[in-house]
Design a protein around this ligand. Structure first.
Ligand SMILES: Nc1nc2c(c(=O)[nH]1)N[C@H]1C(S)=C(S)[C@@H](COP(=O)(O)OP(=O)(O)OC[C@H]3O[C@@H](n4cnc5c(=O)[nH]c(N)nc54)[C@H](O)[C@@H]3O)O[C@H]1N2
Ligand SMILES: Nc1nc2c(c(=O)[nH]1)N[C@H]1C(S)=C(S)[C@@H](COP(=O)(O)OP(=O)(O)OC[C@H]3O[C@@H](n4cnc5c(=O)[nH]c(N)nc54)[C@H](O)[C@@H]3O)O[C@H]1N2
Ligand SMILES: [Mo]
Length: 764
């Protein structure tokens, strides 16, 4: 049943850990990987029942990704990478005080990121002790007292950054923003600043809301799906069942991705016993277009150009045209500017910049206009560029041209990142809060929230580096490793007075020592959460604006763990002895936090009732009903000059991607099964013809140079199915190539996916 074959081409030398993978996504390889993850992390003795509770109506929300579940009524929703996320959290390993007594910080610094997290779950609050160069256990009271003292010592609340990674529940995130605003700042760098900020900024201008407009039901009713710049086989594996169902119905799936990703090509669903036992897999992509890295702007304009041309031809021959003219007239503004802009670009330029033939782009356009209802899905391949917001708006333009927003079976579908990144935003984690929300927050809690805008992620790191900010509190995440330019970020953290990390696992950001460095261990999604008035549950919002309950059931990893809401309350109590907020009362019963959320965000009406319903409820997405929450009340076509890759001969643009064995900065293992890599991550994927032109070969060691001081040394070239002019490397290893100030001007999203580089034989 082994589906991978060693088919290294005869012309290519053998390289350790590199061989082609010819199997489908999913299949027996996925089941094997789950078995290994369970064995390595959970051991025979621990409670593997957790795996059966993932995404069940009575269970917890999978910490893996934000893809929704089929109405929360499915039988066991199998997903290899969800299982890895769960086993990684429910591991039997412990990073307890003994562990920290054995290993100094100087020693831990030399460990790999994989090894740091693989030490296991944190069990006690920790404080860095300079005399012994070790983290030592402290009581919760002492930890909170130290944090409170550190926060009260700052002469300006805007000198503290409150980072939020997207795993925190709605309840935890809401309390967290309340604490920061009661303290006096809107500094909320968050992981969405590195992720879908281009969506959050771009879509409100286009369609009046910064969220996707589709639900899972729309996938049953659509006639074509476009997948641009995302890799569901690895990052949203449960989506493969949705795509496979569409493919089996004969729905065309058009992919635009510089890399051939197995999870977009074919899939064998472990949920389908018959398929598992047959040699056949489901073909997913009906057409696969290897657009150049950074070539999406040109490609999208090309599709629109072909559509306008075909529309004109259709009208000329007596047809009704291919645009949805009634929709455009009733619901939109800006069509003339968009048309003029698109028509002015020459096909030559579109072809050169996108790296796609004109015929290929025309075929994409034909599939688009031949379908009545179209969904466009996209991920980081669209957003993490200097023109990320523009890319997002081009996708909205394309959809609006045929009325593909706000009708069944059609819409825009950003693939969100962390499992609750969208919810955290919804409940107030934003550096640019609206007045209405602040007014309600103030009224509900008797505080005066600050009105000035705060820092997003890049601004926060710059402020820390310039010593304008003196403290950073992180609710989850590994900020210093997730951001571009690790050297700059390390320096920023090391200059702080106070650094606090609330985590399940120890990571490198904890090793960047401030004057006072504290690590607080929290409960994970899988674990039972008992507060003063009984057992609690939390809520999360998925990619499709569905809010539902998540209830952990496992025994906590250690007796002394606290929940995220309880930890936030502890910090707040210590830092803000004079606020009128009764933190302990709020945390004793999370229904009270949910009532407060409802008071501040009216869309959560009857929150406690609706959250208790099986499957939860959907938040209002105006655009899904063709209600456009823009100043004009209309949806907007937004024209932008061509941007992104120039396609000039000889230029190489490097993108950074996730392997199949990682969750962001968490490295579960060293394999990337679908891309044929095992036991290593020090590779650069390159196009074979580009290598030939450069006089380099598959297997050569190279230095990747992105400018002065930005060199990735001694990585091995791997000839791969990737577009010409394009290279790919793993994140976070390649983050040293990305400058902190190279980001989308409109949204601040770092350009993780378009780094101009040169290659040369390795110097060592
Ligand atoms: N198992 C697992 N699941 C995850 C995560 C994880 O790390 N592991 N991370 C979570 C998070 S926070 C996020 S944001 C999502 C990320 O999910 P994705 O958006 O799928 O993430 P990436 O791996 O960054 O890959 C994006 C894809 O974009 C393609 N790409 C790169 N550059 C370009 C380009 O210029 N144009 C186009 N069209 N495509 C390009 C790459 O080839 C790759 O296939 O996944 C979430 N889910
Ligand atoms: N080059 C490059 N860089 C990137 C990206 C890229 O594509 N390329 N992607 C960017 C994106 S999309 C994102 S979202 C960021 C990710 O940035 P972050 O969200 O900051 O990073 P993670 O790696 O997800 O965080 C891992 C840590 O989260 C903690 N953790 C896990 N579960 C929990 C929990 O339930 N509660 C708490 N409190 N802590 C928990 C663990 O201790 C673990 O060490 O990285 C960004 N950086
Ligand atoms: Mo993300």
């Amino acid at each position: 049943m082994d589906e991978s074959h060693d088919q290294q081409s005869a012309t290519q030398p053998d390289i350790a850990g590199v061989e082609s993978y010819d199997g489908p996504a999913g299949g027996w390889g996925a089941l094997k990987a789950v078995a290994l993850a369970v064995r390595d992390q959970m051991g025979a003795s621990t409670d593997t029942r957790a795996l059966l509770k993932v995404n069940q109506p009575t269970g917890f929300d999978c910490p893996g990704c934000a893809w929704p579940d089929p109405k929360h009524t499915s039988s066991f929703e199998f997903c290899e990478n969800g299982a890895k996320a769960v086993t990684w959290e429910a591991t039997a390993k412990r990073a307890d005080p003994d562990f920290f007594a054995r290993h100094s910080v100087a020693e831990l610094w030399e460990w790999s990121d994989h090894a740091l997290e693989d030490a296991g779950r944190l069990t006690h609050p920790l404080r860095y002790d300079e005399a012994s160069d070790r983290f030592v256990a402290v009581s919760w009271d002492e930890a909170f007292a130290r944090i409170g003292a550190g926060l009260r010592a700052l002469d300006d609340p805007n000198k503290c950054e409150f980072y939020c990674s997207g795993r925190a529940s709605n309840e935890a995130a809401f309390l967290y923003q309340l604490m920061a605003r009661a303290y006096g700042t809107n500094n909320f760098p968050d992981c969405s600043n590195m992720c879908h900020e281009a969506t959050s900024v771009g879509l409100p201008q286009s369609i009046g809301i910064g969220k996707g407009t589709v639900t899972l039901d729309d996938f049953d009713a659509c006639d074509a799906i476009f997948c641009i710049g995302h890799n569901p086989g690895t990052n949203h594996p449960r989506m493969l069942d949705t795509l496979a169902a569409a493919a089996r119905r004969g729905t065309p799936i058009v992919v635009a991705n510089p890399m051939k990703e197995r999870g977009l090509e074919r899939f064998k669903s472990p949920q389908h016993p018959a398929e598992m036992l047959s040699p056949r897999a489901t073909q997913l992509a009906s057409a696969y277009h290897q657009v150049r890295v950074g070539g999406d702007s040109a490609m999208l304009k090309g599709i629109m150009k072909a559509l306008f041309e075909a529309d004109a031809a259709d009208l000329a021959s007596g047809g009704e045209g291919l645009l949805d003219r009634a929709f455009i007239a009733e619901h939109t503004l800006g069509i003339d500017e968009l048309r003029a802009d698109v028509e002015a670009i020459a096909w030559d330029e579109i072809v050169r910049r996108s790296g796609l033939e004109r015929a290929a782009i025309e075929s994409m356009a034909r599939t688009y206009w031949s379908a009545q209802n179209v969904i466009v899905c996209y991920g980081m391949g669209i957003t993490q560029h200097a023109n990320g917001t523009q890319n997002v708006q081009q996708i909205a333009n394309l959809l609006l041209l045929r009325g593909n927003i706000g009708k069944p079976g059609a819409g825009i579908c950003p693939l969100r990142g962390h499992s609750n990144v969208q919810g955290d935003r919804t409940v107030g984690i934003t550096e640019i809060p609206g007045e209405a929300m602040l007014a309600r927050l103030d009224e509900r809690f008797g505080i005066t929230s600050p009105r000035a805008h705060g820092h997003a992620a890049v601004e926060a790191l710059v402020a820390m580096r310039e010593k304008r900010s003196r403290a950073c509190i992180s609710l989850g995440g590994n900020l210093a490793m997730a951001m571009p330019d690790p050297e700059a970020c390390f320096e920023a953290f090391r200059g702080l007075d106070l650094s606090v990390n609330v985590l399940t696992k120890f990571n490198r950001t904890c090793l960047l020592l401030a004057k006072e460095t504290i690590v607080l261990p929290c409960l994970g999604r899988t674990e039972r959460d008992v507060q003063a008035e009984g057992e609690q549950w939390v809520t999360v919002e998925d990619s499709m604006s569905m809010v539902h309950a998540s209830r952990g059931s496992l025994k906590p990893a250690a007796d002394d763990l606290r929940s995220e809401p309880a930890i936030v309350a502890g910090m707040a109590r210590a830092a803000l002895p004079d606020t009128p907020i009764d933190w302990d009362w709020l945390v004793a019963d999370y229904d009270r936090i949910r009532d407060a959320i409802e008071a501040v965000f009216p869309d959560f009406r009857d929150f406690n009732v609706r959250a208790r319903r099986k499957g939860g409820f959907r938040l209002t997405v105006g655009a899904s009903q063709r209600q456009w929450n823009t100043p004009s009340g209309k949806a907007h076509f937004i024209a932008h000059p061509l941007s992104g890759a120039t396609g000039d001969a000889g230029t190489l643009i490097l993108t950074t991607v996730r392997s199949h064995d990682q969750y962001n900065t968490t490295i579960y293992g060293m394999n990337d099964r679908y891309r044929g890599i095992s036991g290593r991550r020090d590779v650069i994927f390159a196009n074979a013809e580009d290598l030939a032109d450069l006089g380099l070969r598959h297997g050569d060691k190279v230095d990747v140079d992105a400018g002065p001081g930005r060199v990735l040394e001694g990585f091995t070239l791997v000839a791969h199915a990737i577009a010409r002019g394009s290279l790919a490397a793993y994140y976070p290893e390649a983050n040293c190539l990305v400058p902190l100030d190279d980001h989308d001007e409109l949204s601040g999203t770092p350009s993780y996916k378009s780094v101009h580089v040169t290659l040369r034989p390795a110097s060592r």
